[in-house]
Design a protein. Structure first.
Length: 426
């Protein structure tokens, strides 16, 4: 009996060690092929073009930056032609831009990052909860750590539907995704954990309107878009002649959904404008400073510092995802987006090198994120957590299952040999 216990204990320890090896190996890309030689930007683009050809029935715009400059571009469509001026609805990338708008108000001294957001709101307030709503600060809203449990995810409204007010959407979102609660409230202790909240960014959209006395779109255009040269970007009324066709995953024409939560889900922008935005993250020609005068370098450093963790790993700054360490004391940072039925976008940059990627797509619900994750791995040799969860999980589970089976079978063999040896001695 003692021998059996020792074998069982050894098997359990071995399983734990193997699980650790699998997790570390998955993060290091042991089961993920490198799609191009490091530094081969043209080779990476060829791989991305192949992924579009294989898996998309819509349109796509890809921009690759090297050292802050455009190195490669690719545009394709199954309908009307797409180019750098074409307008895409970029879904949750909107949040990154909204965060820039919020931080302009911080720099102007009009709001305090660590003040309760309720201090600045008159049109709507968080409902009472079991937690202290005054701990819902602007910093925590930006980093998805404010304890909000809405789970939004907005589906949007069809062209014939009347858009509800911001206040109505915050009270109970009528276009909440099926997995979302849809009621913006504090359901966990603020500051205790990272929990993605579209509702938090709808609050920030309202905050900008309340503090400035302007519409959200008007303020964003004057304070962020115009200074950065993002002349085509808008949260409302995109130019229909420049707006791309919308496609479902099967290639059929899709509805163009509109949103009240534009700051969370419905920026319209072009590959050219997003290129200017990524370039503004780093130093530019002729001594242009990061932030381009819209935000200071110190503010950018604060935004890309870790403010929220998941599984003990830093995952979020202020308005931007921290995908993987870049080996230079910072992170590959940016944002992804996905809107119904098949819009998927990503914009990512390494602030240490100025290397970046933009992928704007319709007709595929995950293609942009797949390409963005592969780019981050290609840049750093580390697989982002979201890429592991979305694209590598099956391979990781298979690797663990194979190793676990070997360990369990080995334990059974040792146990049987021990029993046979005891029988022969008897």
């Amino acid at each position: 009996m003692g021998r059996f216990f020792r074998i069982a204990l050894a098997a359990i320890v071995a399983l734990g060690l193997w699980a650790t090896v699998v997790v570390v190996g998955a993060r290091e890309g042991w089961w993920r092929p490198m799609v191009a030689a490091q530094g081969d930007t043209a080779g990476f683009l060829r791989w991305a073009e192949g992924r579009y050809a294989a898996d998309s029935h819509g349109n796509i715009a890809i921009v690759l930056l090297d050292d802050g400059e455009v190195a490669q571009t690719y545009f394709a469509s199954h309908g009307r032609p797409v180019d750098g001026d074409s307008l895409f609805q970029v879904a949750s990338i909107s949040k990154w831009l909204t965060a820039w708008g919020v931080m302009t108000l911080v720099e102007q001294g009009r709001i305090d990052l660590d003040a309760p957001v309720s201090r600045y709101l008159t049109r709507w307030q968080l409902p009472s909860s079991d937690f202290d709503n005054d701990e819902v600060t602007i910093r925590r809203l930006l980093s998805h750590s404010a304890g909000l449990t809405d789970g939004l995810g907005f589906l949007g409204f069809t062209p014939d539907q009347t858009l509800p007010s911001i206040e109505a959407e915050l009270t109970e979102a009528m276009d909440a995704m099926t997995s979302a609660d849809g009621i913006v409230r504090v359901g966990a202790r603020p500051g205790s954990t990272w929990r993605y909240s579209g509702g938090g960014y709808l609050i920030l959209q309202l905050l900008i309107e309340e503090v400035t006395g302007q519409s959200f779109n008007d303020y964003m255009r004057s304070a962020v878009f115009a200074p950065l040269g993002m002349s085509a970007s808008t949260f409302v009324d995109p130019d229909p002649d420049r707006l791309v066709d919308f496609y479902a995953a099967d290639g059929s024409p899709a509805i163009h959904y509109r949103f009240t939560a534009t700051g969370a889900a419905s920026l319209y922008t072009s590959a050219d404008d997003m290129t200017r935005f990524l370039q503004a993250q780093v130093s530019g020609p002729d001594g242009a400073s990061p932030g381009r005068g819209v935000l200071s370098p110190a503010t950018l450093a604060e935004m890309r510092a870790p403010h929220a963790q998941l599984l003990g790993l830093p995952v979020w700054g202020l308005g931007e995802a921290l995908y993987v360490p870049n080996g230079a004391g910072s992170f590959i940072l940016g944002h992804d987006g996905a809107n119904f039925p098949a819009i998927n976008t990503t914009a990512r940059i390494d602030p240490a090198t100025g290397d970046g990627i933009i992928v704007l797509a319709t007709g595929s619900p995950r293609l942009a994120s797949e390409i963005g994750g592969a780019w981050a791995y290609w840049q750093t040799g580390v697989v982002p957590l979201d890429t592991l969860a979305l694209f590598d999980l099956q391979r990781v589970l298979i690797a663990f299952a194979v190793g676990a089976l070997v360990i369990i079978l080995g334990a059974i063999v040792f146990a049987r040999r021990g029993r046979a040896n005891r029988s022969s001695l008897a």
